[in-house]
Ligand binder design. Structure first.
Ligand code: URA
Length: 216
């Protein structure tokens, strides 16, 4: 597993505003979208391209375009939905599949309540988006779903990660998917998880901060 933690002053600036508990939902949503677009630039560095012939007004030349099959973006509901717009801005021709995974707040174990992924992901480059890499349980399940359907590589884009979660994903991949191509891109790597599985200092519950508490 390859881990990249963003090191760009604009990303640091925007994440600091996200963390601030006084940042209201409309600003929070806007910042998440902007941050994802910035992170997506790094996350898509390995997106597959194919050489194509292009006729400019002056000459015929060779260029590159995204290869087929198109990349698949998978937001993990509900909070990952807040990242979708930022990701499709950079990859407008990508397809989108959905996974609804919620963690049991007592056991901290994830369970899947919705799965709208194509059955066949053979040769697909998949981008999983979820704002918080906390225990790593949700990400492990999401990675399993797409590799089991034949995905060729997985890139996970998260705003904030905890060291415990990163380690858990690394171990899971080593045990279940050794040698597979997985890249985890984080906006920030925080200090730790607290006793109820929240990232510290983190930003609180990303879903609640994006959408309020109506879906709890
Ligand atoms: N999910 C969140 O929304 N925040 C955390 O800190 C951990 C998991």
């Amino acid at each position: 597993m390859r881990l990249s933690v963003a090191d760009h002053p604009l990303i640091k600036h925007k994440i600091s505003i996200l963390r601030d508990e006084s940042t209201p939902s409309p600003i929070f949503r806007l910042l998440v979208e902007e941050l994802v677009t910035l992170l997506a630039y790094e996350a898509t560095r390995d997106v597959r391209i194919t050489k194509v012939k292009i006729k400019t007004p002056l000459a015929i030349t060779e260029g590159e375009k995204l290869s087929k099959p198109r990349p698949l973006i998978v937001p993990v509901l509900r909070a990952g939905l807040g990242m979708l717009e930022g990701m499709t801005k950079l990859l407008p021709s990508a397809e989108v599949g959905f996974l609804g995974i919620k963690r049991d707040e007592e056991t901290l174990q994830p369970y899947t309540y919705a799965n709208r992924l194509p059955d066949d992901l053979a040769d697909r480059q998949v981008y999983i988006i979820d704002p918080m890499l906390a225990t790593g349980g949700t990400l492990n399940d999401s990675i399993d779903y797409v590799f089991e359907r034949g995905a060729s590589s997985v890139t996970c884009v998260c705003l904030i990660g905890a060291p415990e979660g990163v380690e858990n994903v690394k171990q899971h991949l080593g045990n279940k998917w050794p040698g597979r191509n997985v890249h985890v891109v984080l906006g920030a790597l925080d200090e730790k998880l607290n006793e109820i599985g929240y990232i510290v200092p983190g930003l609180g519950d990303a879903g609640d901060r994006l959408y309020g508490t109506a879906a709890n």
